[in-house]
Design a binder for this molecule. Structure first.
Ligand code: SAM
Length: 264
């Protein structure tokens, strides 16, 4: 079973999870990751804030779904554990909520295991979301997720790590096809919203090999056929903010966009 594979962390090759951790100010990263985080910071000094906007909207979105009655979450590209992870936010609202985290990076399992050891409603699976069959048929996923009941399908900060030829829209559709009506898609994504965003895309594509910035219209396209919750697909700080956000938004505030939609 994938969960029992040995840990294989390569310190000489940058990893998306570790670069994101470095950007968020974490310590689970190596020099190769920090170099990309530093270059990203040079191009976009607000990059640390962007990571925090994404984590903050993750919390607001999960809370919203939990309050709407979603009791099981499939969090694809979940990343390294940090503050206010999906299961903590969801289970604070409804303790019986089940959460399966999926990430392809072995470092995520290495660091997530301890956090989840005492929580039998939460699992972490090491798998590649580009292979929906292996994710959807994984024994831990089948154990915790009832595909007859609505699912909170999360693709937060990960679809931009799928290149165009990997058919991100087709992959999103495959996951949506596996969940029943009443399920929700929660997706956030790098947005092609400024010249600085284009420069950062170029850094990430060159140094990390991934990081596609897509337009608001392209991001909206992932929600095709679904019912978008208010306020639709917007820049992250504008999605149901706790405090009003004053325009004009900064380059960093416009660097990512996303939304939540219900499958009819
Ligand atoms: N969802 C978290 C958040 O928004 O805070 C983490 C986002 S982090 C930027 C992206 C994560 O997606 C990384 O941990 C990376 O390993 C994972 N990832 C990237 N491509 C993946 C793939 N094909 N399958 C599974 N996980 C993937």
């Amino acid at each position: 079973m994938a969960d029992r594979e040995p840990i294989g962390v390569d310190e000489s090759t940058p990893s998306i999870a570790r670069v994101y951790d470095a950007i968020l100010g974490g310590t689970d990263n190596f020099a190769v990751d920090r170099a990309i985080a530093a270059e990203s910071l040079r191009v976009l000094p607000e990059i640390g804030d962007v990571g925090r906007y994404n984590r903050a909207v993750l919390g607001r979105g999960v809370r919203c779904l939990a309050r709407a009655g979603i009791r099981q979450f499939l969090d694809l590209g979940s990343g390294l554990p940090t503050a206010q992870n999906t299961h903590q936010v969801a289970q604070a609202e409804a303790p019986g909520t089940r959460v399966v985290y999926v990430d392809k990076d072995p470092i995520v399992r290495a660091h997530g295991r301890e956090l989840l050891a005492a929580n039998d409603r939460t699992a972490l699976v090491t798998a590649d979301l580009r292979d929906p069959g292996s994710v959807l048929e994984h024994p831990r996923v089948r154990e915790l997720i009832d595909f007859e009941q609505p699912v909170g399908l999360m693709l937060v900060g990960v679809v931009h790590h799928l290149n165009d030829e990997e058919d991100p829209a087709g992959l999103v559709r495959s996951y949506l096809a596996a969940v029943p009506p009443g399920s929700h898609l929660f997706l956030t994504h790098f947005c092609a919203s400024s010249p600085d965003a284009a420069e950062l895309e170029s850094v990430l594509l060159t140094d990390l090999g991934t990081g596609r910035f897509r337009t608001l219209a392209e991001i909206e396209g992932y929600f095709q056929g679904l019912e978008l919750l208010d306020p639709g697909v917007v820049y992250l700080p504008q999605w149901r903010p706790d405090e009003p956000v004053e325009p004009p938004l900064t380059v960093g505030q416009r660097l990512m966009a996303g939304g939540i939609a219900r499958k009819p």
